[in-house]
Design a protein around this ligand. Structure first.
Ligand code: PDD
Length: 287
């Protein structure tokens, strides 16, 4: 079966899905994207992802081509056509096709592209072993709250991490960790509180982050929403990341130094279990 993707309202074999040469996504990175996890055939936190998409689009003044109901039905149909019940759905909207000129085109129609990536998220081996991160300078622009398709700084950061034997980069600004290359960054203090950077233009408002904070509140795990330094992370009891494509993943080393005993920590494990239970429960349980 050929892989089916979605382009501008049509479901097509990937080989037939062509975007015009002058698309502003290709020329300028002029667009935004979203990525959502799927477990047991269900989209996790879809409303929150669609809300963030609406916000990203509004911030860069691209009209949203679809209603939430339309987006959901396209996502579900695409997963169905690809036989995917667990994995990641990527969708992006660019400002459309126009002769190359920096000013917004008068009459371009947004280009919408969507694809699926089947992936074992719940049973991922990295959830058992934990992963390594390395810190790199955060070279991104000042509107990281917008989920822009401009990901050059993240591509370079994550490649540097890979070349250092790690699986994720932690981005650092003024000595403080902002977030991961494609994930939200957390530590757990020796006293057992979760520490996460507060929302601002410096980070993406992670949807998994938001659900995780809600879950930790429900079970009474203490939370400190504040910035943390690289040194504090080296000395933390636990560290972990969250993202739609990984849920909650333990971090067992930072810049080659083991986090505590170098094994996934108990609070991280508990949060991952809580998240998995939420994600596999009937949709309303997540509300
Ligand atoms: N990345 N921070 C950044 C910079 C991200 O790119 C992501 C997501 C997150 C986590 O957000 P969420 O929980 O909403 O997935 C934080 C996606 C998964 C990606 O680019 O593949």
């Amino acid at each position: 079966m050929s892989r089916i993707v979605f382009l501008n309202g049509s479901f097509l074999p990937i080989e037939e899905a062509k975007v015009p040469f002058m698309d502003r996504g290709f020329m300028f990175g002029d667009g935004v994207y979203e990525g959502i996890g799927m477990l047991d055939g269900r989209l996790i936190d879809n409303d929150a992802h669609l809300e963030r998409l609406e916000r990203s689009l509004a911030e860069i003044r691209i009209p949203n081509p679809y209603t939430r109901a339309e987006w959901s039905s396209f996502q579900e149909e695409l997963a169905r056509r690809n036989g995917m019940t667990e994995g990641f759905i990527y969708f992006q909207v660019t400002r459309g096709v126009a002769e190359r000129d920096f000013f917004f085109p008068e009459d371009a129609k947004p280009t919408v592209a969507m694809f699926t990536q089947a992936k074992a998220i719940a049973g991922a081996p990295a959830a058992q072993t934990g992963i390594a991160v390395v810190t790199v300078p955060d070279l991104r622009w000042q509107r990281r709250d917008i989920k822009s398709i401009n990901l050059l700084a993240q591509v370079l950061a994550k490649q540097a991490a890979k070349e250092a034997g790690a699986q994720e980069a932690w981005l650092v600004e003024d000595g403080f960790v902002t977030e991961g290359g494609s994930s939200s960054a957390f530590i757990v203090t020796k006293e057992g509180s979760i520490v996460v950077r507060p929302l601002s233009n410096a980070i993406l408002p992670g949807i998994t982050r938001k659900s995780l904070l809600q879950l930790s509140k429900e079970v009474g795990i203490a939370l400190e929403e504040r910035r943390f330094t690289v040194e504090e992370a080296y000395d933390a009891a636990e560290a972990f990341l969250t993202s739609a494509s990984n849920f909650v993943l333990p971090i067992v080393s930072i810049d080659g130094r083991p986090v505590a005993d170098g094994k996934p920590g108990p609070i991280t494990k508990r949060l991952r279990e809580l998240y998995l239970a939420m994600a596999s429960a009937p949709a309303m349980a997540a509300e």
